[in-house]
Ligand binder design. Structure first.
Ligand code: CP3
Length: 351
């Protein structure tokens, strides 16, 4: 479904509404983060990553850093998909070099012990960050809110952090235990409330990160990705039909991407690094705006390799509704100058 009647000075919103923009609007996943010296400075001042997320003045400043440095068309709220886990009562910690570490949820009893009613209170500073950003952002820049999709958030809760094989969540999902469906239901409900509160505070578009769509067991994609995402999108469209929803089902197969793109209420799909672009243009771009671009590794490499990739995406995707981005988030070792090059090449062409 397309969203109509949007302000035309917001190029990102125009593209998400299905209008071809030339050049396409650009923002990058993880555009705020450790590759920027100004981020590292504020992160040190905050003490911990979670303190940074929960201090609205600082989180707003970090959100603005890449917008000020590179002039992106979109600003993605600085927060994390796992804050809601803390809201549900899980212990959450980010360890240097290890990433997030959480207390585990692996049974119906563990699910029953979660506290959905306390999520809103814990994540409340995020809404204040959004309100500050709407005052501080240039009018032409679109503020993007976000959440993790249920399977991806569940994967961190069940595994207790990042995992190479997602064995525990896959086994639990395949076991047919109603406890797992109970967990997914809780996550659908809190994600709807969380995103609606972000929209109420001023988020102008939202992205659902299904970063681990690729680990959903064969045959269960519809049940644990498409259907939960559909329930969320349906609720958002009912209450906030003007706000476009971008879905990133990373490493889903073509059938999975096609299912997500066919959902009523999905305005855009974000393409991962494995996507066959010609296929996406032929089979998805008539239904949704495409979002995507070079791999994070191309961005680290920079130079000709990055330039060729930028050119490839502009040529293949730029004839239809398109938002320039990456195939996944910026990694810490990325030279900031490469991001500046990318934005310049998208805006001014490659000559
Ligand atoms: O600029 C932005 O994109 C906005 C903020 C943002 C962060 N995380 C900040 C962050 C967003 C949108 C996310 C989403 C997120 N978080 C995802 C989905 C996107 C993806 O990458 O697939 C996932 C899976 C997470 C969970 C998460 N958060 C992990 C696995 C890690 C550790 C890995 C790492 O890069 O350190 C985090 C930490 C995190 N989230 C950092 C940042 C800037 C680094 C923390 C630090 O500063 O020490």
């Amino acid at each position: 479904m397309r969203v109509g009647d949007l302000p035309t000075h917001k190029r990102l919103l125009a593209a998400l509404a299905g209008n071809v923009q030339s050049p396409p609007p650009v923002w990058l996943m993880r555009q705020a983060g450790r590759y920027l010296p100004e981020y590292r400075a504020l992160r040190e001042q905050a003490g911990s990553f979670l303190d940074l997320c929960y201090t609205p003045e600082m989180a707003a400043q970090v959100t603005l850093q890449p917008v000020e440095r590179f002039g992106m068309d979109g600003a993605i709220l600085f927060a994390d998909i796992l804050l809601v886990c803390q809201g549900l009562g899980c212990d959450l910690e980010y360890r240097e070099g290890e990433g997030p570490v959480l207390s585990t949820v692996r049974s119906a009893a563990d699910v029953a012990a979660l506290s959905p009613a306390s999520v809103a209170k814990v994540v409340r500073p995020v809404f204040e960050t959004i309100r500050l950003l709407r005052q501080q952002l240039p009018d032409k820049v679109t503020l993007i809110g976000f959440a993790g999709a249920p399977w991806t958030v569940a994967s961190y809760m069940v595994e207790g952090g990042s995992s190479p094989d997602h064995k525990h969540i896959r086994d639990w999902a395949l076991s047919g235990d109603a406890g797992f469906d109970g967990l997914m239901d809780v996550l659908v409900d809190i994600t709807i409330d969380y995103l609606l509160a972000q929209i109420e505070a001023g988020a102008e578009a939202v992205q659902l990160f299904e970063s681990w769509a690729g680990s959903i067991p064969e045959g269960l994609f519809s049940r644990y990705c498409t259907q939960p995402v559909a329930r969320i999108v349906e609720a958002l469209t009912k209450s906030a039909p003007q706000v476009p929803v971008i879905v990133f089902p990373r490493l889903a197969d073509q059938a999975g991407y096609a299912e997500i793109a066919a959902l009523s209420g999905v305005s855009a799909v974000s393409m991962d690094t494995e996507m066959d672009l010609a296929w996406a243009v032929a089979h998805l771009q008539d239904k949704v705006t495409l979002q995507g671009g070079p791999s994070p590794e191309d961005l680290v490499a920079g130079g000709d390799r990055l330039k060729k990739s930028v050119e490839h995406f502009l040529q293949l995707c730029g004839q239809g509704p398109y938002v320039f981005n990456l195939g996944h988030g910026i990694v810490p070792q990325t030279p900031p100058e490469h991001v500046a090059d990318l934005v310049r090449w998208v805006r001014q062409g490659l000559t």
